[in-house]
Design a protein around this ligand. Structure first.
Ligand SMILES: [Fe+2]
Length: 409
């Protein structure tokens, strides 16, 4: 019976694909007819309404033929469970189950659309203004601009456009969030897929050239067999590298560097910060590290309101949008307001403020949160509060090492 459910879904997905092929639509304003067609199909076709995620997962768990039937792709970077219901040379239809998933700000190398089957996501969009003629090793400097945010829930459908015209992040609020995705073949519409890191770099992981991997490998080995040669070679390597190469190498060396004596870390930091784009690079790496810690923290938190507030911190860079998002999320009763207040209190002092937001944004956030939580006024510097705070200690049991301290905004 359960096996039948999987076959039934596959049959419906095939039917949906046939519908999509028949829609007589021209390109939309992004030049993507697939995205337009996918939106319509996800709204109109009965497939989405037939999906009960628990029943699908139960069927999958119990069916020895599941691998063959569903083209299950594991392990998947894209979701915690990724089921391909239909795939041919023009389109694929996939069911994605997210427990936490990525929170990265990214674009896509395919066109399509997705529909929320269950759960809610904090969905944000951005623009990236690249510095011209500057990409090296898949890394380009620029400025990420927050555009808009919304909470999307069951039944909502949003298009996906290949390339930098559609940069977004989805912070999954519920466990699980389940989405149905219609996508054109990967890489046909746009070759790379970028992540936008630290608000200042676009990064295409697939472009990472082998030669950087070899340098990284050599530095790793050097550190093991000739530790005193490691730092001079790393400094030398930083001096001659372009921005992309510096980024990848420094990122790969982070674990080793963070264990060096602080005098050595400071020496490296001083050298890098004097180089072209050095402060930018240190700032991005610092922010990335804090974001990573926050995202790790999310995995340990079940309370939906605290997850929601974390999502605001990570992805919504315009505090003016917070009140309406609170309302969309459902802060209607005194009990809700109190839960929000407690959640905010819990993370009010977390250091990712200073790591993720610029100084003026931090003061805006302080004002906003003070109003919401009744925090007292005071001239105490925020980072001094953070470092003595119990929440901060829980978030960051090890101090953020000194290499990046000078990069704090
Ligand atoms: Fe995405």
């Amino acid at each position: 019976m359960r096996g039948d459910l999987l076959e039934q879904l596959q049959g419906q997905a095939l039917d949906m694909a046939n519908h999509i092929a028949r829609y007589p639509l021209g390109p939309d304003r992004h030049g993507s007819s697939i995205a337009n067609r996918a939106v319509l199909a996800l709204r109109e076709h009965p497939l989405a309404s037939m999906i009960d995620p628990v029943a699908v997962l139960a069927a999958l768990a119990a069916d020895p033929e599941a691998e063959r039937k569903m083209a299950v792709q594991t392990p998947s970077k894209f979701a915690d469970c990724q089921l391909v219901l239909f795939s041919d040379s023009t389109i694929s239809i996939q069911l994605l189950v997210w427990m936490n998933g990525t929170t990265s700000i990214h674009d896509h190398n395919f066109n399509g659309a997705f529909r929320m089957i269950t759960g809610r996501s904090l969905h944000c969009s951005y623009d990236f203004h690249a510095r011209p003629g500057d990409a090296t090793c898949g890394v380009a400097a620029g400025r990420l601009e927050f555009v808009d945010s919304e909470i999307i829930g069951e039944g909502d459908v949003r298009p996906i456009h290949a390339g930098q015209s559609f940069i977004h992040a989805a912070f999954h609020l519920d466990e699980p969030s389940v989405t149905l995705l219609v996508a054109s073949p990967v890489g046909v519409e746009s070759s790379g897929q970028n992540e936008y890191r630290g608000g200042r770099l676009s990064v295409d992981e697939s472009a990472l050239p082998l030669i950087v991997a070899r340098q990284v490998q050599a530095l790793h080995i050097l550190h093991k067999i000739e530790p005193e040669a490691f730092l001079p070679r790393l400094i030398e390597c930083m001096a001659s590298a372009d921005l992309g190469r510096k980024y990848w190498i420094l990122r790969a060396m982070d674990r080793i560097v963070s264990r060096l004596p602080s005098a050595d870390q400071n020496r490296l930091h001083d050298q890098i910060s004097r180089q072209h784009d050095g402060p930018l690079l240190l700032d991005v790496l610092f922010r990335e590290k804090l974001t990573y810690r926050i995202v790790s923290l999310r995995e340990t938190i079940r309370d939906p309101i605290t997850r929601f507030v974390l999502g605001l911190f990570v992805n919504v860079r315009n505090p003016a949008q917070w009140p309406s998002l609170f309302q969309q999320y459902g802060a209607r009763s005194i009990a809700d307001a109190s839960a929000y207040s407690q959640a905010l209190d819990r993370i009010f002092d977390a250091t990712f403020w200073t790591g993720i937001f610029a100084a003026d944004e931090v003061s805006q956030l302080r004002e906003f949160l003070r109003g919401l939580t009744g925090m007292p006024e005071g001239d105490v510097h925020i980072s001094a509060i953070l470092r003595d705070n119990a929440v901060y200690q829980t978030l960051f049991p090890e101090p953020v090492h000194s290499l990046y301290e000078g990069a704090e905004p």
